[in-house]
Write a protein that binds this ligand. Structure first.
Ligand SMILES: Cc1cc2nc3c(=O)[nH]c(=O)nc-3n(C[C@H](O)[C@H](O)[C@H](O)COP(=O)(O)O)c2cc1C
Length: 184
């Protein structure tokens, strides 16, 4: 299985790191593309560099590299997730403005009818943000706000992040035991 993982400059880079670690553990190939701000916020929030991320990825692409395989629908992959997704990249995907590899890869995922999961991060939301999410949802995109539940009584940040990562893995039908399920 191959998944494209887009990392943008929304807050919550920790979710992308935990998701990539879980993919590696599950034996799923991650093809990572980070926006410039994605890389900077990742370093600011987690102290992770591009080199650190490459330990969990099959490949890490430059966002300016529109010649990369993931820019084409001919590249066989099972879906894409954008985590965290800034409101800027959300707008780019909703309007088909593919100025970089990350937005182009999301555009390709949509045109090929493949699974696209977006983990938007902003609060509060304005009408532009909500309109963009509704538009994409109507196109079949899974809109999964980074909004962890507290009903399983998380004790640590790892537990809180894990509850979101479990949902992201579920969206791609990837088996995991990272988070507990209600009633089990
Ligand atoms: C520390 C930090 C946190 C940010 N958090 C958010 C956020 O949660 N949501 C958001 O939409 N933008 C956030 N931004 C602003 C985006 O990084 C900015 O809009 C950027 O242009 C997004 O570009 P990108 O989508 O290409 O990564 C943040 C910026 C910084 C410096």
């Amino acid at each position: 299985m191959k998944i494209v993982v887009g990392i943008t400059g929304g807050s919550g880079a920790i979710y992308s790191v935990a998701f990539l670690q879980a993919l590696k553990q599950a034996g799923v190939e991650a093809h990572v593309v980070m926006s410039t701000m994605g890389e900077q916020v990742l370093e600011h929030e987690c102290g992770f560099t591009r080199e650190d991320i490459s330990a969990y990825a099959e490949r890490v692409y430059d966002n300016r590299d529109l010649f990369a395989p993931i820019a084409s629908g001919t590249f066989k992959m099972d879906g894409m997730i954008i985590v965290p997704c800034s409101m800027k990249t959300l707008a780019a995907v909703a309007t088909g403005y593919s100025d970089g590899l990350l937005a182009r890869s999301a555009d390709v995922t949509l045109k090929e009818g493949r699974k696209l999961v977006i983990v938007p991060r902003e609060t509060p939301l304005n009408q532009i943000h909500l309109d963009n999410m509704l538009k994409l949802s109507r196109m079949g995109v899974t809109i999964m706000p980074a909004s962890p539940g507290f009903y399983n009584h998380p004790q640590t940040i790892t537990d809180i992040v894990g509850s979101m990562v479990g949902k992201m893995l579920d969206a791609f039908n990837i088996e995991h035991s990272i988070s507990s399920r209600w009633g089990e």
